[in-house]
Design a protein around this ligand. Sequence first.
Ligand code: AMP
Length: 426
Amino acid sequence: MQLKAPRGTYDILPPDSSKWQYIEGILKETAETFGYREIRTPIFEHTELFERGVGSSTDIVTKEMYTFKDKSLRSLTLRPENTASCVRALIEHSIYSGIMPAKWYYIGPMFRYDRPQTGRYRQFHQFGVEAFGSNSPYLDAEVIILLIEVLKRLGLKEYELHINSVGCMQCRDVYRQKLIEHITPVKDKLCPDCQTRYQQNPLRVLDCKEKSCHQAIVNYPTLSQHLCDDCASHYDVVKKGLKANSIDYRHDDNLVRGLDYYTNTAFEIHIPGIGAQSAVGGGGRYNGLVEDCGGPDLPGIGFAMGIERLLLAVDTLAKELDSGKSDVFITIMNDDYELQALELLTRLRQENIRAEKDYMGRSGRAQMKYADKLGARMVIIIGDDEIQQGYFTLRDMQSKEQVQIDKEEIIESVRDRLAKFRGGNG
Ligand code: AMP
């Protein structure tokens, strides 16, 4: 049997890996500019962390986790998301007793057992940020501004930002009651999942994927009409913050995070045109989460975005990336010069020049063709004349012009020419 990567997973091969490096570079740079620092947590955690930190009634926990027992029969789970792990790390290392807010970002693989389709995988990658320790609505605005800045830097202009406020525990309790009263008379029209959960968690009906549920509860009372004064003014400031930064948004009553620890701001980014899975990222405030996971009462806010979906959106980038091209190729006209070539190769690379040679025993002419394939800008030719007289021939692959360069000056000459190329090409 031919072995294949498991369903829902895939390989990232060159030259595609350059696109990943490019996007990851922009994500990291943007987060760092906004004052977020990288956190790396383990790929697997105790299962209990996600049961508590993601919520035991969520689809992720009930249906989608990769859970296994290790050799000591502990139940471990491949992380389905990274917020819970960040909260665990915050508590475990008592970060909350240091300077606040703690601002973190992460990039890495997540695992969910779901039906694979375009934009949905079983191992996928998320970039996310978390900020702990402040309840300022300006921080909510900052986090959303960061998300939009990432899209801008990636050249993505066609996006839709949806926002809502899910209030605090107090205003939500009142609202929940109202919603249950609205849903109860039409409960038979709900999907089976919602029929079982609407009493305990009526908000989940609002973001249910089934159309029939939305039709059943039409004209439902909205959360935004039931916010307490504090929550209403928090939401107002967030919206003002976005406006002041010229960020368009759409208030979306259906956007609720169905879990108790979510509070106030909730948001989601969609990019129409990347298929059915158009949500590129989402997040919100989760002021109850740290306490729910056994830590102090500490507010938090964050988002996660899927890198695969970003890639779908920026696919046109591929051609623009100077992926894996060599700067210089060393061609030898004779096997006797292998050592000289290797030594020169090392010196070039020590100068951060992308240098390459042949390892397949190609003829001189075939080496030149290979150099062309690698996209080398220059070729250094080492032949009998060169060795006897102490120079190298430097060939410009575009103009085909060849010059003789003193052995001692070759590195400097290559460096100068590359600087000119780069300067010329912006
Ligand atoms: P979530 O943690 O479910 O709020 O997801 C945040 C973002 O991660 C989504 O908007 C997607 O871009 C991405 N995402 C979630 N699940 C998957 C998946 N199975 N495959 C690819 N991307 C995903």
